[in-house]
Design a protein around this ligand. Sequence first.
Ligand code: ZN
Length: 313
Amino acid sequence: MSYTGPEFDSPTPRRSRRRVMTVAVAALVPGALLGWAVYEAVGGTGGSGGGRAEAKAPATSRPSPSSAEPSRTTPSSDGDKPAPAPSGGDTLKGKVVVIDPGHNPHNFEHPAEINSKVDIGTGKKECDTTGTATNAGYTEAEFTLDVARRLRAVLQDQGATVKLTQNGDRTYGPCIDERARIGNEAKADAVVSIHADGSGLGNRGFHVILPASVHAGAADTRPIVAPSRELGERIAGSFVRVTGSAPSNYVGGGTGLVTRQDLGGLNLSTVPKVFIECGNMRDSKDAALLISGAWRQKAAQGISEGIVSFLRG
Ligand code: ZN
């Protein structure tokens, strides 16, 4: 498929661009591993990493009500329906994937409920948050639901059993502890929580959030740290390759990987799970991608290829 989003208009012939992309992908994997090694060496599973990434937490990225009315008209590209993926047969038959579309378009209408605290093992945290939005009012909740549906279609086409934690059919939430529980009870082989970030102008690119090793209260991520890292690295690699987006230029040291211990959806998971922040909704260049249905299809495809790679081992 060809795409002509603003980031992909290039005077260079397609063949040479692909060669560059291959180099970029090849560079990412060792980079990610190196970044991870350095991160661990400096105690990254503790407060330093979590603290650095704290400012980018979904809980802190609520849009102002005026810029994020859920009833606002969405960009025309949002009407694009998920494109049918090439049939992949039944290569994922027997595999269970849970997709967690971050936030909920109706969270704005239920502040008391979503601000109630739930136990995430390491402490208490809000049930859920509204998420962020582009400056023009395209909400993160709309984005995550759209990408999740596209991703579900791609994975189902390959025979996977796919469950969404919410499908725009709930009045709010689910709360983050329930989001984790849905993956656990499904005995999912992989869970991916879809998000887009709300950071500053000029902060660009995607990052995958991996669970830190946490053992506190109801949280015990120790068994899932390694497989979740594997899942996250594969998704990061395929996301670069398929979307052409670069890893975040503001967290993760260029690896596209960030480890956090403050997310209930990760802390309470007993199955391999990662979050992906697909881009920064508050940056105009990233936002131009995020509002594009064609780009969201590529995002779903990139995420799916990482999941497939992980599930095939
Ligand atoms: Zn989010």
